[in-house]
Design a protein around this ligand. Structure first.
Ligand code: NDP
Ligand code: TDO
Length: 308
């Protein structure tokens, strides 16, 4: 099976390079590939890449993810998050390929306290969420064999994320403040990549031509937290470790969202109901804290080759 992976250098893309490898031949592209057009700000050029490679599966992990910056660069965000996925979807449809596309909890407005299901109506609060929603709609309209995986609060070994921000700030400052009224589930890029591979094994084994499992699925780690409690968990886990680095932070305080003004509004309730993906693909999703702890322990390992 030939798989085209776009966004190979992102948090999820790096893990997909590992998880997709056993499924077949993976052609993995970053934004500046010398062999194939892969710049999402030039959406039409992507058609050429798909037509030349004719993959059976396309996995799109590329996205414009700078939530605050998107407020002042809406057209750039829209090209990357909506127009380019639409072109990919059309090209995937014309070669009969499956298209995996990722989306976000930020398509919801964060109202209420119930976890969002796939059939709830999206109503994004910010440009990033709006362009990601438009991307979902493009993919749904143009490619029958699509899997849209909405996830939340992604962290990974590679690339910038909240865990790195917390550790950097804790090394620099004595007092930290984090919002405690936005609730969601931090989800590991490794989990997303592993589940993606599991789903692809399942759908590509189904009868040729069927698009029956196609659709939107929520994919997030189990449990929930808020950004303040998440930051506290990161710092406690690091401090309890015998190889903990020196941290200046002495105080960590919870604050309401209004006390932390940002260019983009963020949803208060980002909980995703993941029952559909678990039931449809016979999966169990681990608790968010497990994955965060594992990553921190890996980072704190001495850089030596283990004996066994
Ligand atoms: N990060 C998060 O918290 C969340 C992410 N998601 C979604 O998950 C998916 C993966 O996100 P994540 O791995 O965190 O993203 P990252 O920000 O880590 O990586 C995004 C990748 O997109 C690529 N990209 C950006 N602009 C372009 C462009 N113009 N042309 C081609 N490629 C481009 C970059 O490629 P390069 O490095 O080669 O320039 C980058 O490696 C995305 O769809 C995102 O919306 C959903 C919920 C939460
Ligand atoms: C750095 C910092 C952030 N915060 C708040 C701001 C924000 O509400 C929250 C998280 O901040 P970040 O900017 O790291 O997170 P943000 O970029 O909003 O994360 C989002 O990224 C996109 C791509 C998604 O799809 C979402 O699922 C989500 O993961 O923490 C503080 O309260 N104190 C701080 O010192």
């Amino acid at each position: 099976m030939k798989i085209l992976l776009l966004g190979k250098n992102g948090q999820v893309g790096r893990e997909l390079q590992r998880s997709l490898a056993p499924l077949g031949t993976v052609v993995a592209l970053g934004s500046k590939d010398e062999r194939w057009p892969s710049d999402f700000t030039q959406p039409q050029s992507l058609r050429q890449t798909v037509e030349a490679l004719r993959p059976q599966v396309i996995v799109n992990a590329a996205a414009y993810t700078a939530v605050d910056r998107a407020e002042s660069e809406p057209e750039q965000a829209r090209r990357v998050n909506a127009t380019a996925p639409g072109v990919l979807a059309e090209a995937a449809e014309s070669c009969g390929a499956w298209l995996v596309h990722y989306s976000t909890d930020y398509v919801f407005d964060g109202s209420g306290t119930r976890a969002w299901t796939e059939s709830d109506a999206p109503a994004p609060l910010n440009v990033y969420g709006q362009t990601k929603l438009e991307g979902e709609q493009q993919v749904q309209a143009r490619c029958r064999r699509h899997l849209i995986l909405r996830t939340s609060w992604v962290y990974g070994r590679h690339g910038g994320n909240f865990i790195r921000s917390v550790l950097r700030l804790a090394a620099e400052r004595e007092e930290l403040r984090f919002v405690s009224d936005q609730i969601g589930a931090p989800t590991g890029a490794d989990l997303i990549a592993d589940v993606t591979a599991h789903l692809l094994r399942s759908v590509t084994r189904s009868e040729i031509g069927t698009s029956e499992p196609a659709g939107i699925y929520h994919l997030a780690a189990a449990g929930e937290t808020n950004w303040y409690a998440y930051a506290a968990y990161i710092l406690e886990t690091v401090r309890a470790h015998p190889r903990a680095p020196a941290l200046r932070a002495r105080r960590l305080d919870p604050i309401p969202s209004q006390a932390y003004p940002t260019a983009a509004r963020r949803p208060l309730n980002s909980r995703l109901d993941t029952r559909k993906i678990q039931q449809r693909f016979d999966l169990a999703l681990p608790d968010w804290g497990e994955g965060v702890r594992r990553l921190l322990e890996d980072w704190l390992q001495p850089p030596v080759i283990p004996h066994s």
